[in-house]
Design a protein around this ligand. Structure first.
Ligand code: FAD
Ligand code: NAD
Length: 454
């Protein structure tokens, strides 16, 4: 398979979601693989993303459960205390287990792990920090992304999502700047774990890409939980000193003094200073690697996957794209490529918001008002009703055409994160509203609302 001029069939830059998946798949096809990773294996997702975030989200959910349990007669103290360090220790133990498992699997697959940052010297050669050079017949760029910082006075006083995961004690009153996934998720977690939270977002609503109706309800829910939402306000400056920070927008001061300010205003690709220009790899104006439908960069034997390409920045997307790219390069599957349509996602808010396909607004724009049919179910899950809480779930189907093809599924409420996956398969297979109605419901669940909507 390999030519003698090359040390490896594949050299991978980045041991995160995409890089690891690509390395394992290529090795599975018999390729000789080297993987460079200067940090912890698992990249953003495992170390400062999905995994620690989900651990904190689960703990935040438990705080709600404890309150429900007390109302149902369990003998729970009035203010159950959380020992933050115990939670963080359990979280990190779990993450170390993932590191160990990756190391073992890399060994078993015969992949050479190089604990170094890589830099391209030319289109086939990667230099390691110790000066060693590796020649690869193919290269895979999977260097991911990092939190974006804002260019406003005092921005250096703020942290980013990475800093949230470094808190070893409850952080007190926190301001989150941004209205996307990270701001919404961290706000929900912190509030549920007993901190005070304000969100400052420049958009008039949170989660600009999600269905507006669900977002409106989530915002209402967040306000009821006590989260301060300051929408339509663009950060102009951060003032004060450590532990006592204030925010200013163009209209004046935003009320509140914060122990921490966390910027969650998007991410930037890790493409600078790694020699891509020497190899002739084209970048877009935001610095992402430009790839075609097969993840090929402008240099055909250099592929790129995951956040570094700026397309649907999600772990399963990075993994799926990498596996398919390696199936194409080393597995003889010339047509292998990821379909980026109808990727399901979950915002791990409290409650979670799960979505696949078109929002109502997108469907109306694409298909015209007359072709779009929307079905909704607004209901109180039994757990909420049992303790007479006002929390409702809102599930919504967006269908198009006379046959009512399901083009979008949007679920806000308890269990939405676990309910959506199976329905995403169905949507991808082109089901109609009748297909849902032909399916017998599972009772009593929240999920049954999806097949009962009329
Ligand atoms: C707070 C947060 C929560 C998230 N939650 C979710 C979630 O719930 N679900 C979800 O699907 N996605 C989530 N994401 C997104 C997800 O983490 C990313 O989309 C995913 O990690 C991207 O994988 P990647 O392989 O492209 O990059 P990464 O996982 O970032 O890996 C890139 C790796 O490349 C290494 N690297 C960088 N430069 C070099 C170099 N020159 N040489 C060698 N190595 C290099 C880095 O050290 C890093 O380990 C979240 C992200 C954040 C920040
Ligand atoms: N559950 C998940 O799957 C999950 C969770 C977290 C992150 N992620 C991924 O990570 C990515 C990054 O998350 P994120 O929340 O940082 O980004 P995001 O793209 O979701 O949201 C960025 C937010 O920052 C705002 N913003 C951008 N520039 C700004 C500026 N100059 N001033 C003020 N606000 C500004 C935007 O309006 C938007 O509200 C997400 O897009 C997502 O792909 C996924």
């Amino acid at each position: 398979m390999s030519q003698p001029a090359f040390d490896f069939d594949l050299v991978v830059l980045g041991g995160g979601s995409g890089g690891l998946a690509g390395a394992f798949r290529a090795a599975g096809h018999g390729a000789r693989v080297a993987l460079l990773e200067p940090g912890e294996l698992g990249g953003t997702c495992v170390n400062v993303g999905c995994v620690p975030k989900k651990a904190m989200w689960l703990a935040a959910g438990l705080a709600g459960d404890v309150a429900v349990a007390a109302q149902l007669g369990f003998d729970v103290p009035d203010t159950p205390a959380l020992d933050w360090p115990t939670l963080v220790a359990a979280r990190q133990r779990y993450i170390h287990g993932i590191h160990d498992s990756y190391r073992r699997r890399l060994d078993e697959a015969g992949i050479v792990l190089v604990p170094s940052r890589g830099q391209l010297v030319d289109a086939h050669t990667v230099a390691c920090e110790d000066g060693n050079r590796l020649r690869g017949r193919h290269l895979l760029l999977a260097t991911g992304s990092r939190p974006r910082r804002l260019d406003v006075p005092g921005a250096g006083l703020a942290g980013v999502s990475d800093d949230f995961f470094a808190f070893h004690a409850p952080p007190g009153h926190v301001a989150l700047v941004g209205g996307g996934y990270i701001a919404v998720e961290l706000a929900g977690v912190l509030q549920a774990l007993g901190c005070r939270v304000d969100v400052l977002a420049r958009g008039e609503r949170l989660l600009g890409q999600s269905d507006a109706e669900l977002v409106e309800r989530l915002q209402e829910d967040y306000r009821q939980q006590g989260i301060g939402l300051h929408l339509g306000r663009e950060l102009a400056a951060i003032e004060g000193g450590p532990g006592a920070l204030r925010l200013r927008d163009h209209a004046g001061e935003v009320s509140g003094t914060y122990a921490h300010v966390i910027l969650a205003v998007g991410r930037e690709p890790n493409t600078s200073g790694i020699g891509l220009e020497r190899a002739g790899v084209e970048l877009d104006r935001k610095g992402h690697v430009v790839v075609d439908a097969f993840q090929r960069s402008s240099v055909p034997h250099i592929a790129a996957v995951g956040d570094v390409t700026g397309r649907a920045m999600l772990t399963p997307v990075a993994i799926s794209a990498a596996r398919r790219a390696m199936d194409r390069v080393f597995g003889g599957r010339d047509d292998a490529r990821l379909d980026y349509d109808d990727v399901p996602t979950v915002v791990f808010s409290h409650p979670p918001l799960a979505a696949v396909g078109l929002t109502e607004a997108q469907a109306r724009e694409r298909h015209g008002d007359a072709a779009v049919h929307v079905y909704r179910s607004l209901f109180r899950p039994m757990r909420q009703a049992l303790v007479d809480r006002p929390r409702h779930s809102l599930f919504k189907l967006v269908c198009v055409g006379d046959e009512r093809r399901v083009a979008g599924i949007h679920l806000l409420g308890e269990g939405a994160d676990e309910i959506l996956q199976g329905f995403a398969v169905a949507l991808k297979r082109g089901i109609t509203l009748d297909d849902l109605h032909d399916t017998v419901a599972i009772h009593p669940t929240s999920a049954e609302e999806v097949v009962l909507m009329r």
